[in-house]
Design a protein around this ligand. Structure first.
Ligand code: HEM
Length: 536
């Protein structure tokens, strides 16, 4: 009896202790001199955000931060479960946290469910100290090598077959159903092929065969990596220890299948390299293993096998849906603005003609091109990645001259609120690529243009994404006119896991095949053209 009483007293004191702890935690915002939305015990601001989602639909998500800025000022505090974050659109504070004080903010913002294998030691999440002794800085220096111009040029050669396949498929689909198609689905399949080829060393063709194992597992993974679709995901936000159950979630099971395949193919590649078998066109795995060999030569510890697997997986996750969303948004915006599409087509036609290959040099060496302006404006108008641009404080400091930031507190730059603000862009909700023609803002260091983040920890794959986006869009615009579909006149985007995706995961447009210059010439001579394809 006394024993039971003691246990009950012990449990009660734990609960009381936890409640006091929570009350103290919720007072932190006030202590730091910040305002913010109303909080609840244990769930912070979650009820507030949930209410907005129920009343206005999840398509309201891009507008929430801008509204909060309006209400509470450019810097306010927000509680997401057990995490407290300072949200700021102030360019001076953004520069301070992401660039000048980066040493105090090396870690990315914490998403509990990602703080376990196989994501914890991948570049997207790894902290300044990794699980196996190598932290963000060292991993970043290995991964950066993959994205040098020399490596990217080689990877670009791997694109050609995939783009040929895409154009074949689009051409067949545009001959049925009046050219109507879910262009997002097509781009997703194609970027999966490209990133699987470049990051995982897998030569697959999802664009032609949607039954492929990688494709179905990756689709299951992304389709279920949502707060509302997974109880474990939800629980992990409030009680972080639940993250260790990741492998039992729907997305965790799909992830495990790919990770096992990936691990086996990395082991095989290690054996090949030990036997002197080196591939002519190295993919990401080859490049990481080569860097690892250099580390050993220089007396450093090599990256652990799990770290190599985690990083190949991180590049796959980061490189798959991001670029397909960007391409889908660009297709929609060009369909909605035919005059912009005509200018873009003119430039692509005069650069590449009908028959020339869309080569790396011409795609990437035209920084002031109209296509570059379309790329920048698409990402400003519909940024695909919105939740990564945040950092966690690793050493207490002061920002903005007066705000104390204790260790563990996050600072977040809300991408929509920054890039849709009238203070930063004239007529921000209009699609005007010309604004970027002479604007140097689209560099990695601008605090008002954030599609790829900012500072030393910005998107390591930004140049790869740019290369893929421009090559694919040039190929598509060269062969097709993109028109709006009546079922999809308006596009709403919704916040998914880390991505901002088209609502319903589909984006319908109509494609109409263009006639090539040679066809037009033949027809003007009254001949029936036998030319069917425009070459990529
Ligand atoms: C249009 C396409 C893409 C967009 C909009 C995008 C956006 C972003 C953003 C906003 C971040 C966070 C930056 C920050 O915290 O400051 C990020 C990080 C990252 N991205 Fe991308 N990304 C894209 C494509 C890619 C591709 C193709 C790859 C790889 C092949 C990639 C790999 C990564 C990695 C590894 C990180 C983490 C970098 C680090 O923590 O050091 N991304 N990306």
């Amino acid at each position: 009896m006394i024993g039971a009483l003691l246990v009950a007293v012990f449990i009660l004191s734990l609960i009381i202790n936890r409640i006091f702890d929570e009350i103290k935690f919720l007072k932190l915002r006030e202590e730091l001199g910040l305002r913010g939305p109303p909080t609840d015990l244990f769930i912070g601001n979650c009820r507030y955000f949930y209410k907005i989602a129920i009343e206005r639909g999840i398509e309201a998500s891009p507008y929430i931060c801008a509204e909060l800025v309006h209400k509470f000022g450019s810097t306010f505090g927000s509680y997401i479960g057990r995490e407290f974050e300072i949200v700021t659109t102030d360019p001076a504070i953004i520069k301070e946290v992401f660039i000048s004080q980066f040493r105090n903010f090396v870690d990315r913002r914490r998403l509990s469910i990602n703080r376990t294998y196989p994501t914890l030691d991948g570049l997207l999440q790894v902290g300044h100290k990794g699980t196996y002794g190598v932290g963000w800085k060292e991993i970043r220096s290995v991964i950066s090598v993959i994205f040098t111009s020399a490596s990217m040029k080689k990877m670009h050669l791997m694109f050609h077959d995939q783009i040929d396949n895409l154009i074949d498929v689009l051409r067949n689909k545009c001959r049925i159903n009046n050219g109507k198609m879910d262009i997002y689905g097509e781009y997703q399949a194609m970027t999966m092929d490209m990133i699987a080829r470049c990051a995982l060393g897998q030569n697959i063709s999802c664009i032609k065969d949607r039954n492929n194992d990688y494709y179905s597992c990756a689709r299951t993974f992304f389709a279920n990596l949502y707060f509302e679709k997974s109880l474990i995901f939800r629980l992990a936000i409030f009680i972080p220890i639940f993250r260790h159950l990741r492998q039992f979630t729907n997305f965790g099971r799909a992830e495990k299948i790919i990770i096992n395949k990936l691990s086996a193919s990395i082991r095989e590649r290690e054996r090949d390299r030990a036997d002197g078998i080196i591939r002519k066109l190295p993919d990401v795995i080859d490049l990481i293993l080569a860097e690892n060999e250099k580390r050993v030569e220089n007396g450093k510890i090599p990256l652990h096998h799990d770290v190599v697997v985690s990083n190949a997986w991180a590049l796959f996750i980061a490189g798959y849906e991001t670029t397909s969303s960007a391409l889908a948004y660009a297709s929609y915006l060009l369909a909605k603005h035919p005059e912009v599409q005509a200018t873009l087509h003119e430039e692509i036609h005069s650069t590449f003609g009908d028959a020339d290959t869309i080569d790396y040099e011409r795609v990437m060496r035209l920084p002031n091109s109209f296509q570059h302006a379309v790329f920048c404006e698409t990402l400003r108008f519909y940024p695909p990645v919105t939740s990564l641009t945040g950092r966690t404080c690793i050493k207490e400091t002061i920002i903005g001259g007066k705000i104390r930031v204790p260790v563990g507190v996050g600072v977040v730059a809300p991408v929509h609120a920054v890039m849709w603000s009238e203070e930063n862009f004239v007529r921000p909700r209009e699609f005007i690529p010309e604004r970027f023609l002479n604007d140097k803002r689209a560099s990695a260091w601008s605090a008002t243009y954030l599609p790829f983040g900012i500072g030393p920890r910005n998107c390591v794959g930004a140049r790869f994404a740019e290369m893929e986006f421009k090559t694919v869009l040039a190929a598509v615009i060269r062969c097709f006119v993109i028109e709006l579909d009546l079922d999809h006149i308006e596009l709403h985007t919704v916040m998914g896991n880390v991505l901002q995706s088209p609502k319903g995961n589909q984006l319908f447009v109509r494609l109409v095949e263009r006639r090539t210059g040679a066809e037009e010439e033949w027809e003007s001579l009254g001949a029936d053209s036998g030319i069917d394809d425009c070459e990529i």
